[in-house]
Design a protein around this ligand. Structure first.
Ligand code: ATP
Length: 351
């Protein structure tokens, strides 16, 4: 595909950031992003995601000692306009009085790309981002989803080596966000540009990221593939931030968690007066009252379409969230049995 860019490899080396007022936004971090990879920076508000992105963009200098390298070349003091990066923000930052086509072609125009080539590139991107027919509209005549597509097309028009996206879907309603997320995923794969994507939405991170960097209070909490982050979170913060998680504190005897509603076998043979275990709601199986290794009473049942979310008391010491198939008969007050495979129970370090 001729719109395909050549992704650059990115390395940030010991990049920390302390702002003039003394705010420590980022502890020194080192991170390698492969050519063509989509890396998601995920974390709660204020954890330093945008600061890291701005350092990569050249909008912010890291503290002394920090370095930004593109394909091994030191870019730390190169200004943004000479870094060959495309950026998309939550606010579209488009030119409201220009047409869609002129917005998309703007970066090409100021780079002196001839008119005919510009038109061809714009046409290609219009098709790629699903906005055919809107080329001559002004930005203020577009919906939010359409504006975000234009912003994306404009950012990739210059064939950047690196695409930086800061919560680009946050301003959109939930259904549109889901659809655009799928489209964006296909677009990023087709273009092969190295992409760094900031979000606090774990579903977005899971779908888009080749790898996810979970951040907390200016530090990297964990780096891994979506599966690694989801199934083997390093600590309680990552477990609870990514997906739904039951966190259970209990003693462990000969490899079994000792709980009010029974015993749950874990991998290994540990004995300890107190452990912290994580169990994802969808890994818990609902059975007849006498069938499971754990027994409890249904506190509430919510029908959420593709499944039932049960809240169970008396099983784990606190309320346990259980995802059950939407076909089972279950009501509040019922006694049920529960079972969990040992490999679905993850022991976490103490906080
Ligand atoms: P959000 O999801 O809310 O955008 P974030 O994870 O992107 O959050 P950053 O914008 O990187 O967080 O901010 C990290 C910390 O640095 C915050 O405590 C923020 O208030 C602070 N901060 C950001 N910019 C500045 C600045 N120019 N001067 C002082 N402090 C700043």
């Amino acid at each position: 595909m001729s719109a395909a860019g050549h992704g650059a490899a990115v390395r940030i080396e010991a990049c920390g950031k302390t702002f003039a007022d003394g705010t420590r936004a980022l502890d020194p971090a080192t991170l390698d992003i492969a050519r063509g990879e989509t890396l998601v920076l995920l974390g709660p508000s204020g954890c330093g995601k945008t600061t890291m992105l701005r350092i990569i963009a050249g909008l912010e200098l890291p503290d002394p000692g920090g370095k930004v390298l593109f394909d091994g070349k030191d870019m730390t003091s190169v200004p943004i306009e000479r870094r060959n990066v495309g950026m998309v923000f939550q606010s579209y930052a488009l030119f409201p009085n220009m047409t869609v086509a002129d917005n998309i072609g703007y970066g090409l125009k100021i780079r002196g790309v001839p008119k005919q080539e510009r038109a061809a590139r714009v046409a290609e991107l219009v098709a790629l981002t699903n906005i055919t027919g809107l080329e001559n509209r002004r930005i203020d005549q577009l919906s939010g989803g359409q504006r975000q597509r234009v912003a994306l097309a404009r950012a990739v028009a210059i064939r950047p080596g690196i695409l930086l996206l800061d919560e680009p879907l946050t301003a959109l309603d939930a259904a549109l966000r889901d659809r655009l997320r799928g489209e964006l995923n296909r677009l990023l794969r087709a273009l092969g540009i190295t992409t760094i994507y900031v979000t606090h939405d774990q579903a977005e991170a899971m779908e888009l990221g080749d790898r996810i960097v979970v951040m907390r209070k200016g530090a990297i909490a964990q780096i891994g593939s979506p599966r690694e982050i989801y199934f083997t979170p390093k600590d309680r913060f990552v477990a609870e931030f990514v997906g739904a998680a039951n966190i259970i504190e209990a003693p462990i005897e000969n490899g079994a968690l000792v709980l009010p509603g029974g015993r749950l076998q874990v991998d290994g043979n540990a004995t300890a007066p107190r452990t912290i275990a994580m169990i994802r709601p969808e890994t818990i199986r609902v059975m007849e009252p006498v069938g499971g290794s754990l027994s409890g009473i249904i506190d509430s049942v919510s029908f959420v379409g593709d499944r039932l979310r049960l809240v169970v008391s008396g099983a784990s010491g606190k309320l346990l969230n259980v995802d059950a198939p939407n076909t089972i008969q279950a009501k509040a007050g019922d006694r049920i049995g529960l079972s969990v495979a040992p490999e679905s129970i993850r022991l976490l370090p103490e906080d």
